[in-house]
Design a protein around this ligand. Structure first.
Ligand code: IPE
Ligand code: IPE
Ligand code: MG
Length: 257
């Protein structure tokens, strides 16, 4: 049964994502198009991050998760990896004050144990400084892989079983979720990938089970405020069914409004 309301009757503001996850892809191609070495695209990518964070703060988005460096990116030429690590360190130092002023809470997700000591210290410092902020939660995925995340959760649960704290039949989806590298955070509503590729590249494999996917050909350094607004608009027009029917979703939306 419907009461004649269409999904367009729901105010767009009600359909902002709580959590946006982005694969920031295309830095290398952006640089090459300009006749620059590919790693010159990464500093330009940091500028784009600043703009996107600003929009998320203004729009009161709860969580933004950015894929900065995958567990597979170590396979890149050593020179590029070193430059990315150096840029990560410098950007953390430079941006933390601005993030703090904007009440952003910064978290780095991924296996940080592989990073150089000075980078690990800077990460801890930035996280501590912003730990009590109540605004946007900015999660930077660094040395992150979705398979690593699920594996480390499974390992943790197996240890608890071995210690007799848990029995295998207590392990359910909820418990596994609680052992992933972020917990107590809504799952991503909107996944954006720039750079034209239409793949997940081992990003949030578990958490994106019901996430709306949005792909754009724009290269990451060109992904500006307008591009994010376009993605938000696209998201606002989607109907999320989570396995139910169109009619059920419309009825529920009508009841809620
Ligand atoms: C994404 O841009 C940044 C990282 C993976 C660190 P790329 O460097 O992958 O850019 P393209 O895809 O080669 O253009
Ligand atoms: C994904 O981009 C990782 C990040 C943006 C950090 P890649 O450029 O590494 O992905 P593939 O290799 O094209 O799948
Ligand atoms: Mg790429």
């Amino acid at each position: 049964m419907t009461n004649g309301k269409t999904k367009e009757s729901v105010p767009v503001e009600n359909r902002l994502p709580k959590h946006i996850a982005i694969i920031m892809d295309g830095n290398g191609r952006w640089a090459k198009k300009r006749g620059l070495p590919r790693y010159a695209g990464h500093p330009a990518g940091v500028e784009a991050v600043r703009g996107v964070v600003e929009v998320c703060v203004e729009r009161q988005i709860q969580v933004l998760t950015l894929f900065a460096f995958s567990s597979e990116n170590w396979q890149r030429p050593q020179k590029e990896v070193n430059l990315i690590m150096d840029l990560f360190l410098r950007s953390l130092k430079k941006e933390v004050r601005r993030l703090d002023r904007n009440h952003v809470k910064l978290k780095v997700i991924g296996d940080c144990s592989a990073f150089p000591g000075n980078l690990r210290e800077q990460i801890a410092e930035a996280e501590n400084r912003t730990a009590s902020n109540q605004g946007l939660l900015l999660q930077v995925a660094a040395n992150y892989g979705g398979r690593w995340d699920i594996t480390q959760a499974a390992k943790h649960l197996a240890e608890r079983v071995q210690q007799g704290e848990l029995s295998p039949d207590q392990i359910d989806e909820e418990l596994l979720s609680q052992n992933l590298c972020f917990t107590g955070v809504p799952e991503p509503d909107l996944f954006i990938r720039t750079g034209g590729e239409q793949r997940i590249s081992n990003f949030l494999l578990w958490q994106c089970a019901y996430t709306e996917l949005y792909f754009t050909d724009l290269l990451w350094p060109d992904f500006n405020r307008k591009a994010l607004e376009d993605a938000l608009h696209d998201f606002s027009r989607r109907q999320r069914r989570f396995g139910r029917t169109d009619e059920q979703v419309r009825d529920q939306t009508a009841e809620a409004s």
